[in-house]
Design a protein around this ligand. Structure first.
Ligand SMILES: [Zn+2]
Length: 123
């Protein structure tokens, strides 16, 4: 079998395109991981705007099992799930693996609606 010039050119272009796609996959996955980490940083910042449950108890001298609002004295806090993000993604050449999640919750006083403390849960 002999190939004419056009066929050789076509095959060369095809090989080039495939090589380019294969090389761009890791780059795309790397950028995806970078975005996930940036998003996590943003939510960690949000989390740090309020004390954690343990810090709240320490600051206001409260029992972690019986927290009452420092402003109105109400003893119920309503958890509010603000965000679920992927956490510690694993880089892969073809696909990244996302199997861990972080839940960001804020606890709101049922009496006066104040954001009392924030927690992060991982799974
Ligand atoms: Zn309150």
């Amino acid at each position: 079998m002999t190939l004419d010039k056009d066929s050789i050119l076509l095959i060369a272009v095809a090989i080039f395109v495939i090589a380019f796609l294969l090389a761009s996959l890791p780059l795309k996955n790397w950028l995806e991981i970078k975005r996930v980490k940036e998003k996590e940083l943003g939510w960690v910042k949000w989390l740090n705007e309020k004390p954690s449950r343990a810090e709240y108890c320490e600051i206001h001298k409260q029992d972690p099992d019986k927290i009452s609002c420092d402003f109105c004295g109400a003893s119920r806090q309503l958890p509010s799930l603000e965000m679920v993000i992927t956490h510690q993604p694993k880089f892969g050449v073809f696909n990244n693996t996302f199997d861990r999640y972080s839940h960001f919750k804020t606890y709101i006083c049922s009496g006066c609606g104040t954001d009392l403390y924030r927690e992060r849960y991982e799974e």
